[in-house]
Design a protein around this ligand. Structure first.
Ligand SMILES: [Zn+2]
Length: 286
């Protein structure tokens, strides 16, 4: 894992989100859990070498940020927003999160097969939040402060975690750093407002995104432009009278960034579903 500061560890180079932990004088705080089983078990072990795990925070409900919670049972309190709790591993028509976690195993974590639960066993206790909140929440752990800031947009229960003592901000998927943005379950207007919120924070040197390399607040402008480009391009498609299928085919940002590590095969899915979801929203009242 990469040391962002002496107390912050993050993993940006493995399939899944960027799972991270922060060491304090009174234990460890996990921010998002690894999707791949063996990685989750390993990160728990590594983190516990720095002290007892006090909290496991999830920044959103998408499978790549929460599936690994299963392997952190008994390791501190799980903390997330009500919006994460309500959507936790819920099977939706467009994506079955459990099947998605499983389909990563053969290519990305063959050894994980042995510790992958069957569906019923998993859903009996996936290790959902024991501290579930609305709005914002502050945790004080040892000499550190964890400000969980509700920043909906990418998902309804999205939070950013600001740790002022480290001058660090964990944005979750409010920032996709130098990789494709997933916006099919998103509210773009809320997301743009969330970017304003995190841009207004002072004293941030390190931005740990949900995906892609560690960056700075400078990258917020790039993320904002990506959202605006997507929305504008689909709005132009609607204005031209393109059909949903035509829009899915023709509005593409595939050449802009690669897909985050391990999900390269999702490029067409991301682009066509991003376009379709915006098309549906922009034509909802027609
Ligand atoms: Zn993600």
């Amino acid at each position: 894992m990469e040391n962002v500061t002496s107390n912050i560890f993050t993993e940006t180079k493995v399939r899944g989100c960027n799972p991270s932990y922060v060491t304090t004088s009174d234990g460890v705080v996990i921010i998002d859990t690894p999707q791949l089983p063996t990685r989750a078990v390993q990160m728990r072990k590594d983190a516990e070498e720095h002290g007892k795990i006090r909290y496991v925070i999830n920044t959103e409900h998408h499978v790549d940020h929460i599936f690994g919670n299963y392997y952190f049972k008994g390791a501190g309190e799980v903390v997330h927003h009500q919006g994460v709790y309500d959507n936790f591993m819920v099977v939706a028509p467009e994506l079955d999160p459990f099947a998605y976690a499983k389909e990563a195993l053969p290519t990305d974590d063959p050894e994980g097969e042995a510790i992958f639960p069957d569906r019923d066993e998993y859903y009996t206790d996936p290790n959902k939040g024991s501290i579930v909140f609305d709005g914002n929440l502050t945790l004080r752990v040892g000499g550190h402060t964890f400000e969980l800031i509700h920043t909906p947009g990418h998902t309804p229960g999205q939070v950013a975690v600001y740790v002022p003592e480290e001058r660090a901000l964990f944005t979750g998927d409010t920032i996709f750093s130098e990789c494709q943005t997933w916006l099919m379950t998103s509210n773009v207007e809320q997301w743009l407002a969330a970017l304003d919120v995190i841009e207004a924070l002072d004293d941030v040197d390190h931005v740990i995104p949900g995906h892609g390399p560690v960056t700075t607040q400078r990258y917020i402008a790039t993320q904002r432009s990506m959202l605006l480009e997507w929305k504008t391009s689909v709005a132009v498609a609607v204005a031209k009278g393109w059909s949903r299928e035509e829009t899915m085919e023709r509005v593409q940002f595939k050449d802009r960034y690669p897909v985050d590590i391990g999900q390269e095969y999702m490029m067409d899915y991301i682009n066509s579903h991003n376009a379709a979801s915006l098309y549906d929203k922009l034509t909802a009242n027609v």
